[in-house]
Write a protein that binds this ligand. Structure first.
Ligand code: UN1
Length: 512
């Protein structure tokens, strides 16, 4: 145990008796099958987590309903105080939790720490927000009347999160939902359940310390079948789901069929436009991290570079040289730049994507391949690769969760923007240019159609202060900063008559 995993698991409170469904500090034995969590770093079993059956699910939802009755009446700034303590607890376990995330899903330790930092940041944001859940006041058209709107807690928020950000995306949802007065039921990815268990321990202790009821933070475990319990359940007014477009369509349709709310953050197919006026040093660095960071498994990973023909050869050469310096290996060893992909299914998808790209006519610039031998025993390590391709290729239109980068040529900026927008997804985008006209055109209404559009930074690594999400097949939801909190509350418009008359709106006369 060279990296001290066992000691970290112990400090995170994980032991064999508490790996399954939970309403907080209470663990429910659902006498069900287990999900085994293997590390893609070394292929070893980290732990087994019991899946949630219908009975355990019912117990969790009833307890969440009870908890909501209490939690919604706790003043929002006091709820914020509890979230502040959660943020502080996360500061204390940052190294251990960052390490577990890195070991369980394969991102570099640095990125694991970054993910926990995102959790800390959103807690701070939510603490401030707990005193700023503002509604508007309006002037009534009737004399002696007052109008305003207020935001009330919604109820149970179901959270379905993905393996690639196994803990941060949950915290974006929960930190806001909790200050808004909601209670949360979380289904972490079945590919990274232990990271979920660790988080559940951290927050359960804090709710308990404040004598809050069980059920403010609940955990359910399993695959899509457990997710379906949430999306079909009318007792869950909001389901926030992060993952593939395929999954999002199923969740969105199920929740929509019962007229519930869904908040969807789905696939991206993110591009950087590199113009002739780009600072190429910055462009190369931004593209490199965007494409190979998290082994190409962020929703925001850079998948396409749309490069002006005048600088295409230079960018391609310099990128190939940068790729040749990448060190691939155990994500916990800080000399490595790139860790494994999540599992062998992901390796298969990577290989299939490369085959499809080649069959459609893509030209190899940096070849890919699966690594084997010492250090690569898990079979999950692949070489980041680069292809010259055309935007209309079917495989280029598709989000492959792997470090495959497609380079595409353009002649005019208009054409570049059309290519950038010419995919079904609309999450993140960027332009590298020092020319103000190009940058502003890219950000204008006729520019990028994505939820995130950056200038002179890459497509990934969004800060929590902005609203996070995208358009088209990305699902339209917004999480995290700005006014994303409104999705977790219900708006109520109130008109109060303090006069002794009862005039009708729109001047309608109705006298008897
Ligand atoms: C995701 O991949 O689902 O912007 C989230 C980023 C991170 C979050 C990505 N802050 O890359």
């Amino acid at each position: 145990d060279q990296y001290g995993i066992q000691a970290s698991l112990k400090r995170l409170g994980i032991n064999e008796t508490n790996l399954g469904s939970s309403t907080g500090s209470t663990w429910i034995d659902s006498k069900e099958d287990f999900i085994s969590s293997f590390s893609p770093a070394d292929g070893k079993l980290i732990g087994k987590v019991q899946t949630t059956n219908q009975e355990a699910y019912e117990q969790i939802i009833s307890q969440a309903q009870i908890a909501f009755e209490t939690w919604r009446k706790v003043p929002a700034p006091h709820r914020g105080e509890i979230v502040r303590e959660i943020g502080n607890a996360l500061r204390e376990v940052k190294a251990d939790l960052g390490k577990l995330v890195s070991y369980e899903m394969g991102k570099s330790y640095q990125e694991g720490l970054g993910e926990v930092q995102e959790m800390i940041d959103i807690c701070d944001f939510a603490v401030g927000l707990s005193r700023q859940l503002y509604g508007l006041t309006m002037h009534s058209e009737r004399p002696g009347h007052r109008m305003y709107e207020q935001w009330h807690a919604l109820g149970i928020v179901g959270i379905i999160s993905a393996f690639n950000f196994p803990v941060a995306v949950w915290s974006w949802n929960t930190a806001l939902a909790w200050v808004c007065g909601d209670v949360c039921v979380w289904k972490p990815s079945e590919k990274a359940p232990l990271s979920g268990i660790a988080c559940q321990h951290i927050v359960a202790e804090i709710f308990k310390k404040h004598n809050m009821p069980e059920g403010i933070s609940s955990l359910i475990v399993g695959d899509y079948k457990v997710g379906e319990m949430l999306s079909h359940d009318p007792r869950v007014p909001l389901v926030s789901a992060t993952g593939s477009t395929r999954m999002g369509k199923l969740v969105g349709q199920a929740v929509g069929a019962r007229l519930g709310r869904s908040l969807l953050e789905l696939g991206g197919n993110n591009a950087i436009i590199i113009t002739p006026q780009a600072d190429l040093d910055m462009a190369i660095r931004g593209a490199l991290f965007g494409a190979v960071g998290t082994a190409g498994q962020r929703c925001t990973s850079t998948r396409r570079l749309i490069i002006h023909e005048d600088v295409f050869d230079e960018v391609s050469k310099r990128l190939a040289s940068a790729y040749s310096k990448l060190v691939i290996g155990n994500p916990l060893d800080e000399k490595n730049h790139v860790g494994p992909v999540i599992d062998q299914d992901a390796v298969k998808m990577y290989q299939e994507a490369i085959q499809k790209a080649e069959a459609e006519g893509a030209k190899v610039i940096v070849p890919g391949g699966v690594l084997s031998g010492a250090g690569y025993e898990s079979g999950c390590y692949v070489k980041p690769c680069i292809y010259e391709a055309e935007n209309h290729y079917e495989i280029v239109q598709h989000e492959t969760f792997a470090p495959i980068l497609y380079l595409i040529r353009y002649k005019t900026l208009e054409e570049a923007i059309t290519l950038q927008n010419g995919v079904p997804q609309g999450l993140s985008s960027a332009i590298m240019t020092t020319n103000m006209r190009e940058a502003e055109a890219f950000l204008s209404v006729a520019g990028s159609d994505c939820g995130i559009a950056n200038v002179n930074i890459g497509t990934s690594g969004a800060e929590i202060g902005g609203a996070f999400g995208g358009e088209k097949e990305t699902g339209g939801g917004r999480e995290s900063g700005s006014d994303a909190w409104k999705a977790y509350m219900r708006r109520q418009t109130n008109t109060i008559n303090y006069s002794s008359e009862l005039p009708l709106a729109q001047g309608i006369k109705f006298d008897i």
